[in-house]
Design a protein. Sequence first.
Length: 583
Amino acid sequence: MDNLTLLLIERMGILLTLGFILTRIPLFRQLLDRELHLGTSIAFSMMFGLFGIAGTYAGVVVHKDGYIPGFWIFSLAGEEIVANSTLVGVVIGGLLGGPMVGLGAGIIAGLHLYQLGGFAAVPMGLSVPLTGLLAGYVARFFSQERVISPSKALFIGMFAPVIQMSLLLIMSGPPELVRTMVNVIGIPMVLTNSISIAIFTTMIRVALQEEERSAALEAERAFTIAQRILPQLKMGLTPQTAQAAALVLQREAKAIAVAVTDRECVLAHVGAGADHHLPGETVQSDLEQRVLASGSIDKGVGREMLGCKRKQCQLQAAILVPIKEGGSVVGLIKLYFRRPQQIGKVQEALAKGLGNLISNQLTLSLAEQMKGLMKDAELRMLQAQIHPHFLFNTLNSIVTLIRIDPQLARHMTIQLSVFMRFNLKLTSSTLVTVGQELEHLHAYLEIIRIRFSEQFAVHTSVDPGVEDALMPPGTLQPLIENCIHHGLRDMGAGGEISLRVKRQGHAIVFTIEDNGRGFPEELLPLLGKIPMERKDGNGIGVHNVNQRLISLQGPDAQLHFANRPEGGSSITFAIPIKKEVSA
């Protein structure tokens, strides 16, 4: 038995070498990814069935007087049996492909084992598909694992020959011969089959780790290249940015030459062929036009396909990668190679990953730019809504004063021109300093006091050192205007408005209060969130101010409305302290 075990282990080495070759086959990798359907199940059944047949041929013919070490087994005599490794391929097929693959591989290998003959032909032939089917069902308990662990495979592999020996004892005769043969081949088969299955699963796991590591390296490489050339491409496709990107690509992608084009012409070409592949040449080859139209990566072989007319050109193959921005192809990256054989799966995967990364990042960059432009346009629109609101009110006041006091109307008109000139300056900036905003407010109050000089007074308290902080322009004037026209509207005299500007930590808190009638309680939850145009509401100006504060300073800067216990209203908001003015 010891000699038989050693011989089976030697044969196992041949079988595992075949298994190692099997792990290099792409079709086998598909099985590991569980991409199974009827066609692939049949293909996998045949593959593992043939592997099982190879395990049979790697077996040893045993008879009652000893064993025959010959390799090829064509038929068995009446008292002979084969100590085999047939179950290795079948069990692996079941563990990886499920019950159908295990059963299919078992039928193929079992029929071959049955036709060899011998006194155990029926139980041996029947045990193989049964074992494959059971292995497939057992694998479902470990479906969360991509490949079953070697320790579990070793344990399962021990039971496969035990099932075979059990059927042999039940179905074969004579009993004395069967018992003798089971004693001789039972332990060697259990050892060699279980160890082979465990080693085979180990090889599969190693192959997967190699593939995943290679994919991770290529993904990291593509990400690194994209990261280095994106700053240039984000500036737009120009000869300067294309040249910088091409230099990085040639160095990192290991291509003999690299060209970058827009939809019309070559912007840059670095590397081999730069003496006749010149910037400015039109993009006219059929391959280039096809990639520009389809937006898919393609490769070309030969000078004619690449659009080169020079016979001595070194560039004989290329991968064309489309540059997409917002779903539209805006240019091409051409990676050149000396020979078609240099374009392998690694180069194609790198080009595909590079194209996806660049296109996604450029699309995101375009979306950010569009978002910024839309936000800026929205802010300008909100500012434009506030300015006419104040202008119309002031003009109505001037019209009234012309009849009553022309000199005062003239003075108010001059003040209005000063205010509007300053106002135009402010609306050209997204953010202004607190000091500028207070000047803007004081110009407004100078105008408004002419009308309401005896009706109310405005008190301002500003902490020192806050004048350089930044805030949205035109924020305070609409809020003070709201106090005057709504809060103090019904007060003939004695109205008071206070503005306090205080620094609290890393923020500046603004508080505007009046002693007027306050806000209607039912409107408090809605103020600043929706525009209100009703007569007793608080106007569109407060809503616009709140939206600009949120857009430019974040949700923490929104307006907070309340009624004071002693009467009147209160509006507070806070802005973070920033020092740079955005023009």
